[in-house]
Each structure stands twice: as structure tokens, then as C-alpha cells.
Design a protein around this ligand. Sequence first.
Ligand SMILES: [Zn+2]
Length: 183
Amino acid sequence: MKEVSCDIICDLIPLVRDGVANRDSVDMVMGHIEDCEACRQEFDALNPMELDGLSIEDENIIASIKRNIFITQMAVLILGAIIGVALTGSMGQFYNFIIMPILGGLSIKVLRGRWHIGFIAVFVLSYVGQVLYFIITNQFTWGVLYGSAIYGMFYISLMALGVVIFGLLRFAFGGEGDKNEEG
Ligand SMILES: [Zn+2]
């Protein structure tokens, strides 16, 4: 193993702690501080929290807020899908004209490139839910397999409508839609 001077390691430590060093530098520093007490202390002393004072701490807070928003939106998406599907065939069915477009918009916003997962989830949830309902209540006929698919498609259409509305709102607010939490 080739020897590297402590000076070089000390130069590299801030980069490694910042996460901007390349793989070889990281390996070099990590390998060196295993054997070199002085450099290990240097490495430990340079805690990323203290490195740039508030800025990194702020980034962590922002990241944690973003994560919380994401988790909340995911929860709303999942809960909305379950509630919406559960309302099928009941008096509350009407609410799906509001719930499904919101779910569509949320799918795009929360899942982004994987928005279709939201659509597929609602379709599958509604389809399986209805078929199970008819089986449990002993009302199952083969027509249920067909009718449930129609409901699923109907919900997906409403979600697609929500995507269009979401897109228009985003356009209207000049791409600032992300910051305007409208629901
Ligand atoms: Zn050293």
C-alpha cells in the first residue's frame, strides 16, 4: 500500500466530509485515518454539522421538511384512494368527483416520474375492492368482473382530469405550483 503524506490527507478531509471528493480520495482518506491517529482526530473534528455552521444544518432541516411533506402527501394519496374506493356504490360516491382529481394531481406531484403507480394503485384497489365486496355479500356474478373494471376506468379518467387541472394551475402560476400547497 502506497504511503500518502498527512498533508495530502488533511487537504482531502474537508472534501471527503463535504461529500464532494471522488471515490479514490475517499478510499485514500479512510484507509489512512485507520492507521494515523493525528489525521483521524482531524477527520473527527471536522464534523459536517460544524463545517459550514448553519448552512448544512439548514439544508438538513429543509430536507426533513421536504421529507415530511412527501410523507404527508403520500399518506393523503393512500388514504384518499382507500376512502374513494370505499365510497363506491354508496351515497358518498359523489365525493369521488372531488377526491379522484385530487388523487390524480397528487400522483403527479408526489410520485413524479412514477405517477402511473398512483393510477394503477387506484384501479387495482377499486377493482379488487369491489369484486371482494360482491363476493363477501354473496352478490357475485361474472358481470361484476366487467362492471368493476368500468368503475376503475372511470376513477382513472377522473384522476386524469385532475392531472390536467393540476397542469393548468401549474402553468397559470408559472411553475410555482410546487410552492402553492393548494391541497
Ligand atoms: Zn496522517
